[in-house]
Write a protein that binds this ligand. Structure first.
Ligand code: ADP
Ligand code: MG
Length: 620
């Protein structure tokens, strides 16, 4: 018998691929808008006619394409975003499969106009059913415009399968919003049948959410922010009282990519435990930033499912972060630092429930430790109210595929943009300056009132956080504070220490050390940070050098690392007696930090106890 296997012609292969990638007009919007973002555009216009069935136009002001690239872009597996398999584990762009344009061109009439900034003329390409009809030079604006007409013209089954215009339009709006939510720094416009549906100016995240979902969202949102060595989480969740009967706006983004994940949803909803009325759902907009090598996004053609290497850790961190954010939102407006010690403790009536959230941070447990908390998680799991379900029970489809890389503890660099502080809320509501008697417990903790109970601050962790943020600011603004020494000191170090020290002199200068090399291994010191005691100078610098040594070469985040080490060494220790003013200073300063709830190394800085918890303890 003769051989019967043959390769499919490109046009057919593309059409098959299109079946996976392009299911409806909304898929075209998603792919093309993502391409525009990947091309660095900061202004993106989407125009649709008849729910995209007649026309989808996407115009961006991104980097455009050369004539050759413009033609290449329609080939299957043609991409500028990855070059080898290794790159799959370092993806920061939205696209990488090189399938979208080939798929769209296989099932529609497509016109492309594109021009790179330095070119005087651009390129026009007309392609229909994978067949190039025209390619010529054209005058056009910098950037790229795609016109996609008559979608599924050659796949009648698909075309018939499309839903009513309003349903298809709502899918388009969904996709549009998902991209717009990940890029508040880009302006987006959506026009449907000549009606302007969205005009979103460049803004911050909160404004973007409000721009999309309406002004009422402004008061509904509680900011969420957490940064561990493994994952960064930021975003907003809705206050419990605004939970909706229908599933609200629920968005998870991983490395700025919208994903669906029932497991993480479970973690999030768990964090609301006992705060939501039955059968209601919170809204959330949660952004995870993870090293790209610990996630696999290449498990689904539309990339809305993602596999994590360590789902349980993310689960635990997410749940605990949300819980804390909600707790803080709840205690924030009522923090009471007034002098009277008479907090109104209302006895609970029988059957009465208190809706305040509780924050139960288990002693000694730290989900945010620099190490991925597998060992900790085991500990976690033995604690009954912290059971973490298995991710597998939440898996929806055939998305199993292993991640081949091992976890790499990448040090994160702080984000360029200052993230919206959790404390913006806090400050607004606090009003009065904090004045209050606090108590020091065992020369280690500071006890203070809040309306809903009381607050225990770990003096060392808290001070560490305060100093860390102060040092980071100093370094960022090149504004150091140093206390001049009456008699300049001369310090001597070992050669290897001296080498290390020379390497960080400039940074130390920004931190308040006025140190200069005097040759050999001697260093003269004229000024020191005000927190440092003069007689601990040599010892402190030795400690810093030792930590640098242990860390090995500091490649990224050198400044953060130094700030961390210095803060740890300068912060008041457990066992140090604090005066009232010092305690007050710590409280004040802590609550004006960007991330007050954890020390830079991830330990909690404070624990709250609610009256509800106390009342429970005093029950018969
Ligand atoms: P992918 O996005 O996965 O790379 P696509 O088929 O969506 O694949 O796009 C193919 C290539 O075409 C992209 O890698 C990019 O180089 C180029 N491209 C697509 N859209 C644009 C655009 N709006 N601006 C500039 N280049 C683009
Ligand atoms: Mg793409």
């Amino acid at each position: 018998m003769s051989d019967i296997i043959h390769l499919l012609p490109d046009a057919v292969a593309n059409q098959i691929a299109a079946g996976e990638v392009i299911q409806r007009p909304a898929s075209v919007i998603k792919e093309l808008v993502e391409n525009a973002v990947d091309a660095g555009a900061d202004d993106i216009l989407v125009i649709i006619k008849d729910a995209g069935k007649t026309l989808i136009q996407i115009t961006d002001n991104g980097k455009g394409m050369s004539p050759t690239d413009a033609r290449m872009s329609f080939e299957r597996h043609a991409t500028s975003k990855i070059t080898n398999a290794q790159d799959l584990f370092a993806i920061r762009t939205k696209g990488f499969r090189g399938e979208a344009l080939a798929s769209i061109a296989a099932i529609a009439h497509v016109e492309l106009k594109t021009r790179q900034e330095d070119d005087t003329v651009g390129t026009l390409i007309i392609i229909e059913g994978s067949e190039v009809k025209k390619q010529e030079a054209v005058a056009c604006a910098k950037g790229t415009s795609f016109f996609v007409k008559n979608l599924f013209y050659n796949v009648p089954a698909r075309r018939n399968f499309l839903k009513s215009d309003s349903v298809e339009t709502s899918h388009i709006v969904d996709e549009f919003q998902r991209v717009a939510l990940t890029h508040p720094e880009v302006s987006f416009t959506l026009i449907n049948n000549n009606n302007e549906v969205f005009k979103l100016e460049k803004s911050g995240l909160r404004q973007r959410i409000v721009g999309i979902f309406g002004k009422s969202y402004n008061e509904k949102l509680v900011p969420v922010e957490e940064a561990t060595d493994y994952v960064k989480i930021k975003g907003f969740v809705s206050k419990p009282e605004f939970a909706r009967k229908t599933r609200g706006e629920q968005y998870f983004f991983i490395n700025n990519r919208f994903i669906k994940n029932a497991y993480l949803n479970h973690a999030l909803v768990k964090a609301y435990e006992q705060m939501l009325p039955p059968n209601t759902h919170p809204s959330y907009f949660i952004y995870f930033d993870l090293p790209p090598n610990v996630i696999d996004i290449n498990i689904h053609p539309t990339k809305t499912e993602v596999k994590f290497e360590d789902e349980k850790t993310i689960y635990a961190i997410l749940r605990s972060t949300i819980k804390r954010s909600l707790g803080i939102y709840n205690i924030t407006p009522t923090i009471d630092f007034e002098t009277e010690a008479t907090v109104d403790i209302m006895p609970l009536k029988p059957g009465e429930t208190v809706k305040q959230p509780t924050i139960r941070l288990k002693d000694g447990y730290n989900p945010f430790a620099g190490q991925v908390a597998n060992a900790d998680l085991r500990k976690y799991n033995t604690i009954d109210d912290w059971q973490i379900p298995d991710a597998d029970s939440f898996r929806t489809s055939s998305t199993e595929k292993n991640i081949h890389t091992s976890l790499n503890q990448t040090a994160f660099v702080l984000p360029d943009e200052p993230q919206e502080s959790m404390l913006s809320n806090f400050d607004d509501n606090l009003g009065e300056p904090l004045k209050k008697t606090s108590y020091q417990l065992h020369k280690t903790y500071i006890l203070s009132h809040i309306k809903t109970g009381f607050l225990i601050i770990d003096q060392h962790s808290a001070h560490e956080r305060i100093l860390y943020e102060k040092y980071i600011r100093q370094m960022a603004h090149h504004q150091s504070y140093s206390q001049q020494l009456l008699f300049p000191a001369v310090l001597n170090f070992s050669t290897s220490e001296a080498e290390l020290l020379i390497g960080i002199l400039n940074d130390l200068h920004l931190l308040g050390f006025e140190i200069s090399s005097m040759g050999k291994n001697d260093f003269g010191v004229n000024g020191i940070p005000p927190e440092l005691k003069e007689n601990e100078l040599q010892q402190s610098i030795e400690k810093i050098l030792e930590e640098i040594k242990q860390q090995g070469e500091i490649r990224t985040g050198k400044k953060e690392f130094l700030a961390k080490v210095l803060a740890k060494n300068m912060a008041v220790k457990a066992g140090e007696k604090l005066g009232e003013e010092e305690m007050q200073h710590i409280i004040d300063q802590l609550f004006s930090c960007e991330l007050p709830y954890h020390s830079p190394s991830g330990r909690p800085t404070l624990i709250t106890f609610t009256l509800e918890e106390l009342a429970k303890r005093f029950k018969k």
